[in-house]
Design a protein around this ligand. Structure first.
Ligand SMILES: *Cc1c(COP(=O)(O)O)cnc(C)c1O
Length: 442
């Protein structure tokens, strides 16, 4: 098995996740079911934290990008690991605060933060707001003026680094809805604008060059460009930025063809970036910034497995074989969004050799409702438990009630024992906010 200690095949030939037998989990909690391994998540948090402690004298903070997987329990775990979080919406902020997450370690992102979200962020005293438009800077400044507070901000910059990954999840090309461009001078103009605001304290810059990135060099290049820019701002405007946030985007293993990293590889990854930051700060004659990184996917992605029950099996002679499961794009829309690749196996027959290539389809009324295409499996039978690996990030957090399917529950496994961190939705939950206007009730 790939994922360190998270996944094993036990003596019964069943898949084990964090020491819990997947078939027993499926039996006890039903399917579809998201399973998350707590130890894996904690190991990743501390791996990143240690890199900053060991190689950067603790002059930085790891922020878990909570959009990857957000619920109250994860904010508790992350807080206990001594790292911060970034949030990108009022809903994520609300969840973090309700879980008691320390506000000063919350960074608020968003390319179009709503007025209500900005108010909520300021009023809850979040540590930092990452601004992404001129109008937002003005709005935020007057909001803070009315409240008589000073808000710490970072400016989101687009360093124009092209990360080699799926183009739909690149965000730092020149054509992007995110950030201010370094190349055309916008980032500089926005810096001057932000510095003129009495109720904002510009602390530095943020960039995020994309997601599922395996090239360390692209992070190094982004760091280089950001530090060069910081040095220019010092020379041109006497503004010495204190903080540099290099975003997230470290890749994870989904299927053959992806690198398989150990926890220490991620430490190494960050250490390489740190070395580059130190080197360039020296070269450009600026102080070493307080360093932030925002890994999301790599903290929770490989910690998660989704369990399904196999239902209808349909073979189209000479074309392909569809194995349909009781989930689909409502619990994992990533195939429908960008043909994401996954690895699947039969959890109740995990030791058996694969013998055929099939497409795992969901149960939604949509031909694009595929869970994973072209996966090798033993000959699946109705009733088998199918496990899809590396589903901890951007699965539950992207789930919907399409076709009025309930969003599956999430269980957290710890020392082989599982409990709910997100309870199952009932049909009652699904109609909870439905309203029938009086004239339709006659
Ligand atoms: C999505 C996102 C992240 C996390 O990216 P991963 O690929 O999950 O590590 C971090 N920062 C920002 C601003 C993001 O939008």
């Amino acid at each position: 098995m790939n994922q360190r200690d998270t996944l094993k095949i036990n003596a019964a030939g069943h898949l084990e996740i964090g020491g819990a037998d997947a078939t027993e989990l499926a039996e006890k909690f039903g399917t579809p079911l998201y399973v998350m391994d707590e130890k894996y998540i904690r190991d990743m948090c501390s791996a990143y934290r240690r890199a900053i402690e060991e190689d950067y004298a603790g002059n930085g903070l790891v922020l878990y990008a909570s959009k990857a997987f957000a619920c109250m329990a994860i904010y508790k775990i992350v807080a206990a690991e001594g790292i911060g979080v970034d949030v990108v919406s009022g809903g994520e902020l609300y969840t973090a605060l309700k879980a008691g997450f320390p506000a000063e370690k919350i960074y608020m992102h968003g390319n179009n933060k709503l007025p209500s979200e900005l108010e909520m962020a300021v009023d809850s005293r979040v540590g930092c707001i990452v601004v992404d438009s001129l109008a937002e800077i003005d709005k935020l400044d007057s909001l803070c003026e009315r409240r008589g507070v000073i808000q710490r901000i970072l400016i989101r910059v687009n360093p124009g680094v092209e990360a080699h990954t799926h183009h739909f999840i690149q965000t730092a090309k020149t054509d992007s809805k995110f950030g201010f461009s370094l190349a055309d001078g916008t980032a500089e103009a926005v810096t001057v604008h932000a510095l003129s605001k009495k109720h904002l304290r510009l602390d530095g810059y943020h960039c995020h060059i994309g997601s599922q990135i395996f090239e360390k060099e692209s992070f190094g290049l982004a760091a280089d460009k950001m530090l060069a820019f910081m040095s220019e701002m010092k020379t041109a405007h006497g503004f010495e930025a204190r903080t540099l946030n290099l975003g997230g985007g470290y890749g994870i293993w989904y299927s053959d063809g992806d690198a398989r990293y150990s926890v220490s590889d991620y430490t190494g990854y960050l250490k390489t970036v740190i070395a580059e930051v130190k080197c360039k700060a020296r070269e450009y004659g600026i102080r070493e910034p307080f360093l932030l990184v925002e890994p999301g996917r790599s903290i929770v992605g490989e910690a998660g497995v989704t369990l399904y029950t196999v239902g209808t099996i349909k073979e189209i002679p000479g074309v392909k074989k569809y194995v349909a499961v009781d989930g689909g794009m409502f619990d994992n829309p990533r195939y429908a969004l960008y043909q994401a690749k996954y690895t699947a196996l039969l959890a109740n027959r995990a030791a058996e050799k694969p013998c055929e290539v099939v497409t795992v389809a969901g149960k939604c009324c949509e031909s694009g409702d595929i869970v994973c295409a072209n996966v090798s499996l033993p000959k699946a039978e109705t009733g088998d438990i199918l496990a899809v690996l590396s589903t901890g990030a951007y699965n539950y957090s992207m789930a919907s009630n399409y076709n009025r399917n309930p969003v599956p529950p999430v269980v957290l496994v710890r020392d082989g024992k599982a409990e709910y961190i997100v309870k199952p939705q009932s049909y009652e939950d699904i109609i909870r906010n439905d309203v029938i206007p009086a004239y339709l009730q006659k």
